[in-house]
Design a protein around this ligand. Structure first.
Ligand SMILES: Cc1cc2nc3c(=O)[nH]c(=O)nc-3n(C[C@H](O)[C@H](O)[C@H](O)COP(=O)(O)OP(=O)(O)OC[C@H]3O[C@@H](n4cnc5c(N)ncnc54)[C@H](O)[C@@H]3O)c2cc1C
Length: 550
């Protein structure tokens, strides 16, 4: 397996070259620049990131005796305090993270980085840090978008990033039981490559797939682009090992157990607050031998939602379901370059459709079943007023599915605010949640005379409802860029919760959502979580800046 590249300190990438690529290195196409200038009243300007050498980093606060004790456990090479190691484990990849790093601010950097190689080493490290008052922040791929790696500690203790990249191999493969046991630092591409040799797949494909880790997925309850069919990551975890300052827990008993409440559920989504996930047993499936990806068009968002609801009711939702609202459809049509975009524009014109709302659907599996599911779902989509745009549109989406974060770097270079947020709601509440969130974002970001672009799509479907994923692009307020986004995010979160949405569908709580956690789980719920933390992490060293409110 060739070594995968590391994320850049101030953005995404480096991007792999693809044949026939019309926008190398995520370059903003002329069409996109024209569209955004017109739509946002944006004046493109050069706002490049500070040089990496100029990023400000505070001196390491980890006492030498603690560093030496950690090195005694892990080996000198596996405890690092150098500038590059610390900068590469600073924060995640939210808009605010990127803004800070681009401005040369790494004040949230960990004091040191530890790289344990086994569960035993991790457990010993946690016991030592608990005893000595060193905060531990597990670091997977570093792709958190909710401040999950912020390393904030109310007691201002030294912070140790625990990088899991040394635990990144397949430990066991049980083909008859469709189970694979892996290290938490493994990334999706490496696992898929190993499974493909046995004709298997995990099928978890978030947009951050190239860089995020399996431990990170479990710690945040991630959802991938095919999760409607394959299941969310938490549904794919059959068991895991959690090293805590109080000992090691082995959780989950496949295929099924009724021995009391499911403790595995406590570890999933725990975001490093209870300890470090050091091993995972995952459910895998045969690699699909057939696939079909298609584009469809609806005249309106409401018609699209109603059709998805019908598919859900009849258990006919495809594995991939992405319904874009009119603004997102228009932006995609006008900003995209290349054959896929041309095909889509041509297809819509030929069918006498304006822009409408684009639906991308994908099915995977054995040929007979894929054919039958496509046929049944297509009939319901037609009944719902959709027009089929064909496979080129679906295939084009599939080919470009990981590209948006590379483009984001270029948009940031040009002086734009670019961020996303997500929620989920029942089919009944979904239209109100959509309207309220959009309105809140638009009103907040319109202050100061800006003309924000707020776009949304349904990204995952369930029998009971769906998730909504918002993308926001606006001219950046160069004087107060952080406050500009914080105000919009606050307004949107208040609005979506008031309308009946969930605090998050798959990005997790992190530092950014924790003021609102009590509104979703209630004060008693927060107390229960605190009690569990107190038992496993009595000195509160495990990622104290996330999940639980102050
Ligand atoms: C461009 C982009 C696209 C994204 N697309 C998606 C998407 O499609 N779907 C989705 O769900 N998310 C998405 N995300 C969010 C992010 O990729 C996910 O939250 C992912 O699960 C984080 O994995 P990671 O390995 O990078 O974890 P990190 O960012 O390193 O950590 C995330 C949190 O989990 C904790 N953690 C990490 N590893 C462990 C461990 N082994 N034990 C205990 N705690 C641990 C960390 O302390 C932190 O609190 C996206 C992010 C970006 C930047």
């Amino acid at each position: 397996m060739p070594e995968q590249p590391e994320l850049t300190i101030q953005g995404w990438g480096p991007r792999p070259a693809t044949p026939g690529d019309e926008s190398p290195d995520g370059v903003l196409t002329k069409a996109a620049r024209r569209y955004l200038t017109r739509e946002l009243g944006w004046e493109p300007r050069a706002t490049p990131p500070a040089a990496v050498e100029e990023i400000r980093l505070a001196p390491c606060r980890l006492p030498e005796e603690d560093r030496a004790a950690l090195a005694g456990l892990l080996g000198e090479d596996h405890v690092r305090t150098d500038r590059d190691a610390r900068l590469r484990r600073t924060g995640g990849k939210s808009y605010l993270d990127l803004l800070r790093r681009r401005e040369g601010d790494a004040s949230d950097a960990p004091d040191a980085v530890a790289l344990p190689g086994t569960t035993e080493e991790t457990a010993a490290l946690l016991a030592l840090c608990s005893e000595r008052g060193v905060v531990v922040v597990p670091f997977g791929g570093g792709t958190s978008v909710v401040g999950g790696l912020a390393g904030v500690d109310p007691d201002d203790r030294p912070v140790l990033a625990v990088d899991l990249s040394r635990m990144a191999s397949v430990q066991a493969l049980d083909v008859p039981s469709s189970l694979v046991t892996v290290g938490p630092g493994m990334r999706g591409p490496a696992l898929e490559q190993a499974l493909a040799r046995e004709g298997l797949t995990l099928g978890h494909l978030p947009q951050s797939w190239e860089y995020a880790t399996l431990g990170g997925y479990a710690a945040t309850r991630s959802a991938g682009q095919s999760s409607t069919g394959v299941g969310r990551f938490d549904e794919l975890v059959a068991g895991l090992t959690l090293a805590t300052p109080s000992g090691v827990l082995e959780l989950g008993h496949p295929p099924a157990s009724a021995a009391g409440p499911d403790l595995l559920g406590l570890a999933l989504g725990s975001e490093g607050t209870l300890g470090v996930i050091t091993g995972l047993t995952l459910r895998v499936r045969p690699k699909p031998t057939a696939s079909s990806y298609e584009g469809w068009s609806f005249r309106t968002w409401a018609a699209g939602l109603a059709a998805l609801q019908q598919l859900a009711r009849h258990d006919l939702l495809p594995d991939v379901v992405r319904l874009s609202d009119t603004d997102e459809t228009r932006a995609n049509l006008l900003m995209a370059a290349g054959a896929g975009a041309r095909a889509l524009r041509g297809s819509l014109r030929a069918r006498g459709r304006g822009e409408g709302c684009l639906l991308v659907v994908g099915w995977e599996g054995v040929p007979d079943l894929v054919r039958a599911r496509v046929r049944a779902a297509s009939s319901l989509l037609r009944d719902g007023g959709a027009v089929r745009l064909g496979r080129r549109v679906g295939d084009s989406w599939r080919r470009h599915r990981f590209e948006a974060p590379y483009l984001r770097d270029r948009l940031l270079d040009g002086g734009l605010l670019v961020e996303t947020l997500e929620t989920a709601a029942t089919w009944t509440a979904l239209p109100a949640v959509y309207d309220a969130t959009r309105r809140a974002l638009q009103e907040s970001l319109a202050r100061g005379g800006h003309r924000p672009l707020v776009m949304a799509h349904v990204s995952h479907g369930y029998a009971t409802g769906a998730s909504l994923y918002f993308t926001v692009i606006a001219d950046r307020d160069d004087a107060l860029p952080i406050q500009q986004w914080l105000s919009a995010k606050r307004a949107a979160t208040d609005a979506l919760l008031a309308a009946g949405g969930t605090l998050t569908h798959h990005h997790a709580v992190g530092a950014d959502h924790r003021p609102w956690l009590e509104r979703e789980v209630g004060p008693l719920g927060v107390e229960v979580l605190r009690a569990v933390k107190q038992r496993l992490d009595p000195h509160g060293v495990c990622n104290p800046g996330v999940l639980l409110p102050d």
